[in-house]
Design a protein around this ligand. Structure first.
Ligand SMILES: [Zn+2]
Length: 244
């Protein structure tokens, strides 16, 4: 376990009575430097925080105690539950993000993350399915931690699911504007995984955002917002692992 540097943020409140921590939400900071992000997450005026921030060199900063409610998820919904701040632990990984030069997460940072997740899992017994990206729980407005995040590696350590099938075929089979039986099936599968779908009958804007988030998480080679043959097989695989 890397040393944890205490760096308290004033931005937290109590979790609701009876709230059980069952989810870990992964973010990138999306700011020019880690220092700027750390200052913002501890600035009372900004009204945002996370439980942890991990620098690219692997240093781990503890901002909010796990038992308290940090303010990282914002308007969010996953598996039919709103406001993920109530029940989750939020981890910010320093990365400039899509606005400032998105880049790979360095080895030291990923190693620290895996150690931190080991500890969190020991303390809270997070279900294998309980590891999500900010983009999964708020797909219409967030794209972190993005398609370079090492979800497959986390899954190998027991943090999250990973498909057993490949998904290289990018032949398009469903896209925005369509309404047919395939669309209904894909919407149902996205819903089983946890995405919030407005209208099960149609491939609308919410479906498109969910597909994009799904691809960034489970089929990062091609994040297109359309369902191709590869995405469809992976979607079926992941939904199946959840006991469809
Ligand atoms: Zn985020």
């Amino acid at each position: 376990m890397p040393d944890i540097i205490l760096h308290p943020s004033p931005n937290w409140n109590e979790r609701p009575a009876g709230a059980v921590i069952d989810t870990v939400v992964l973010h990138y900071t999306g700011m020019a430097t880690g220092q700027v992000a750390l200052e913002r997450l501890c600035d009372k005026v900004a009204q945002v925080s996370a439980h942890y921030l991990i620098e690219e060199d692997g240093r781990v900063f503890a901002l909010v105690p796990e038992e308290k409610r940090a303010w990282h998820a914002g308007v969010s919904r996953w598996r039919g539950v709103d406001n993920l701040n109530h029940t989750s632990i939020g981890i910010e990984l320093v990365n400039p993000g899509h606005d400032f030069g998105y880049r790979a997460f360095p080895e030291a940072q990923v190693t620290s993350l895996l150690s931190l997740l080991e500890g969190i899992n020991t303390r809270h017994h997070i279900n294998r399915h309980g590891y999500v990206g900010h983009s999964d729980i708020a797909p219409d407005r967030k794209q972190d931690p993005g398609d370079l995040f090492p979800w497959q590696r986390l899954a190998r350590h027991g943090f999250g699911l990973w498909p057993q099938v490949g998904g290289a075929d990018v032949t398009v089979i469903a896209k925005r504007g369509q309404k047919n039986v395939n669309v209904v099936k894909f919407n149902k599968q996205l819903g089983i995984i946890g995405y919030s779908i407005d209208d099960i009958q149609s491939f609308d804007a919410t479906t498109e955002c969910a597909v994009r988030a799904f691809q960034a998480h489970w089929r990062p080679e091609t994040v297109s917002g359309v369902i191709d043959i590869g995405t469809a097989s992976i979607l079926e695989d992941i939904a199946g692992q959840l006991g469809q």
